[in-house]
Design a protein around this ligand. Structure first.
Ligand code: HEC
Length: 124
């Protein structure tokens, strides 16, 4: 009788420890995946459709100063820039600022380029 009841406990303990180890390995893998994704979203390296992406980004980053329809506000209208600035020049204004416009520092050059393409393609 003595000692016998210990065996099931030992088996349970070993199974429990193995389960703990395997679950923490699974958990570490999942954490690595979770950490990888947001970083990619924050800094896109390419847009499939730059004009549409640029429109969304302009709504988030530019209308506060340039007006809801980009028709002008604290800053000048951003419509009718075609022929005035190139995509490169607009991206440069976004990233580095111009005169009293501050640099928009939460955008990377791919995003700035997409906004510039949108402004020249559609916001006329
Ligand atoms: C904090 C306010 C502010 C924000 C936000 C802002 N701008 Fe401006 N922007 C200005 C002001 C003010 C000017 C006029 C600068 C000057 O010439 O002195 C300007 C000028 C410009 C010009 C030059 C226009 C021209 O006719 O010469 C472009 C292009 C431009 N902004 C694009 C953008 C884009 C694209 C965004 C969003 C990514 C943006 N701006 C966000 C304030 C802002």
């Amino acid at each position: 009788m003595k000692g016998r009841p210990l065996l099931p406990f030992a088996v349970t303990a070993i199974v429990g420890i193995l389960l703990m180890i395997s679950l923490s390995i699974v958990g570490l893998n999942q954490r690595a995946e979770m950490n990888a994704d947001p970083a990619e979203e924050e800094a896109p390296t390419e847009f499939e459709d730059p004009v549409t992406a640029g429109q969304e980004l302009a709504q988030q980053s530019c209308i506060g100063c340039h007006g809801g329809d980009l028709g002008g506000g604290a800053g000048p209208a951003l419509t009718g820039l075609d022929g005035v600035y190139s995509v490169e020049e607009i991206a440069d204004i976004i990233l580095n600022g111009k005169g009293s416009m501050p640099a928009i520092t939460n955008l990377n050059d791919v995003e700035a380029d997409a906004i510039a393409q949108y402004l020249l393609a559609e916001a006329q």
